[in-house]
Structures are given as structure tokens and as C-alpha cells.
Ligand binder design. Sequence first.
Ligand code: GLV
Ligand code: MN
Ligand code: MN
Length: 435
Amino acid sequence: MADMNPPVENSLENAAPNPVDISVDIAGLMAEIEALAGISEAEPPVVTRVVFGEADLRARAYVKALSREAGLSIREDSIGNTFMRWNGLDPHLSAVATGSHIDAIPNAGAYDGVVGVLGGLEAIRTLQRAGFQPRRSIELVLFTSEEPTRFGIGCLGSRMMAGALSPGEAQNLQDKAGRGLEDLRRVAGFTGDLASVQLDAGHFNSFVELHIEQGPLLEREGLQLGIVTHIAAPASLRILIEGEGGHAGAMLMTDRHDALAAAAEVILALEAAAKSTGEIDTVGTVGVCEVFPGAVNSVPSRVRLETDVRDTDGARRDGVLAALKSSAAEVAARRGVRISFETVNSDPPATCDGAVLAALEASIADSGHSARRMVSRAYHDSLFMARLAPVAMLFTPCRGGVSHRPDEYASPEWIAAGVEVLARTLAQLSSQSFT
Ligand code: GLV
Ligand code: MN
Ligand code: MN
């Protein structure tokens, strides 16, 4: 890809000396991560926490209780984004924020998102124990539904916070059982006007998200931390393929307009389009394939696909989508089926901020940990926070690059390094005076 790792411009002014006594209670934090993993819709070690489900609500209660113990004040908005605040010495200054998500896709593990929420809390407690007094408030944010599991769209809470999904669009969202977002959020206890979720650019001074890498590079290279400079642009399409059904024994092959056979070609066309860029950062996946009527002796008449296409270069990502659509049109004409597309989301990539990156890099230098710059091919709430505030992300390694699986694992040493650097970075950002 093009040069994604240019030198950082350091525009920090009056950066405060780091507090000397940074001591992460890693045993306590690992116990909290384990306790949160136990709050799941599935049997341990599988973690499943779908937004507004019973496990999601219990997990939120657990995080809020820990935050109250740490003396943080709590605000929840009408979509359930939760802001846990350590008041700074100057209440008029915008807050420095950190955080991530605790919802988990079906059959997930214990660390995705959670390391940024509980690790963010531990970073705050670490600074409290060190006797640090922030000048700006420090806010821990738990974002609603970073995962697209329930409503088909990722980063729901941060997307609405950034104004990238309107209240009207949100109100039209439904889950697979046909339950609407309005109904589900009210039952979960989140009422009030959805328009109030959107925050002004400048509401936060800066935002730093700690997250597991979800890829193999850091572990493979024996590094303790990754400094994310860019977050790839995700797009998701729903594809409906309508052919003609019939008896699997009696319908002649020459007469068929098999929707699933057409879908197979469309899936392979997406794979070919994603590979055709020759870039490591281009990826395309069909993760959902629903076949109607789904009987072994019935020719499929209808197929619904859900695709996920990403790239660090938004224009290149759009080129893959265009190639997919043109291949699908050819398949439709040749096979006599109808193929239609619905765009679920098509988001631009995000670039991390030079000053926040510089604060991270200074903190890494102070801590003595090893690190490299990298891009995030997964999306994160930072993708949308970047529209509201200067943003950067810090990655910890995860074993084998495995994520979105029950065997996802990050070691206490890796997590402790991430929390230490996050704490030092929050200390710097909450001490200095750029607006
Ligand atoms: C987030 O979980 C993603 O799919 O990148
Ligand atoms: Mn995830
Ligand atoms: Mn995540």
C-alpha cells in the first residue's frame, strides 16, 4: 500500500512529565476479564453477548459497578453508550477519552473490546494509585454494539455519536426476529431522544482505544505493542439472488435458474475481485448465505448473501465493490436470475492523529516496550471517533492472531504493557493544553 507510516508531527504543547509510579494490577485486571467472560449467552469458554440481550445488560452492570468503585461518575445516552468519568481539575476543558466495546459476536472469546474497556478502567485506576491528578477529565466510554450481530451494522453507538447514522435510520433497524431497535433499546432501559446521542466535534479532546491486534504480526515479530496509524474502510452489502425453484428430481438441468448456483459464482467473483488488487489490505468475505426454501430435494429459488469488503484505501475498496456488481450482472444475465444489492454501510477509512500518536510513542519510549506502527484491518469504534476527535489506537498482540473465536487469548504480560502505555498516554493528554 501507499506510505501509511509517515513521520508523526508532534504538536503537543506543555506535555506533562509522566507520573513515575505506574504499576498495573494485572492480576486484578485478568480476574475481571475472566469474570466478564463468564457473563455470556453460551457455555464457557465461549463468549456470546449480543447487544441488549440479557448477558450484555449484566456485563454492562458489572463494568458500571467496577467504575463506581473507582469513583467514576456515569452517564448513559439513549442508545446505551456509557460514559464513566474521572473528573479533572479543570471542568471547563474537554475530556480525554478511552474505551471500546463489550458486546461479543456469537462464539467469540474474552478479549475483543473488553481489553479496551476493563484495561481502560485499570489505566485510570493505575493513575489514581500513582496520585496523578488529571487537568482534563478522563472518560472511559463503553460503546453500544460495535459488533454488527444484531442489527447488521457495526459500530452502532459510535456511528450515531459521530452523526454517521441518523435517528431515523436507526429507528428503522430490526434484528432477524423482526424486533425493532426502538423496542429493544427501551426494554433494555435506554429511553430518550436518539438525536441526543450525536456529539459535537470537539466534545472530546482526544480518544485512545486499546485493543487486541486480532492479527498475527506483533506476536510473529516478538513485539509488545502496535501503534495504529490507519483503520481500514469497511463496507457491507446484502445481495438478493432470485431464480426459480422446483422439484430437484423432475426439473431438467437445461430449464434451471438455480439461485444458489448463481450465488456460488457471485461469491467466487468477490474473492477474485478482492485478490485482483494484489494488495494485502484488500479483503472480501461472504459470511452469510441463506438459502430458500432450504430443502434437499428443492431447487433453491432465493438466496440472500451478506458480504464484507474492506481496504485501507477507500477508492480501491469501492473498485472491488464495482467489480463485484459487474460480475453479478453478467451472472444474472447468463443464468436468467435477478440479482439486487442493498448497501448496509460503506464507510471511509480513518487516519490517526499525529499528536495522539506522538503521545503514544512518547509513552512507549518511557515504558521501554517494543512496538511498531501498523494499520488496523479490523474496524473499531475509533473509526467513528476519528470524526469527532483526534484519535489513535494501541494494539496488544493476541496468540496466533486468533480473534472472534473462543480460543482468543492475550497474555497478562501483553495486556499489562498495553495498560501501562495507555495510562501514560492518558496522563500526558489530560495534562497538556492543546484544545
Ligand atoms: C469488528 O469486529 C470487525 O469486524 O472488524
Ligand atoms: Mn470484534
Ligand atoms: Mn473489537
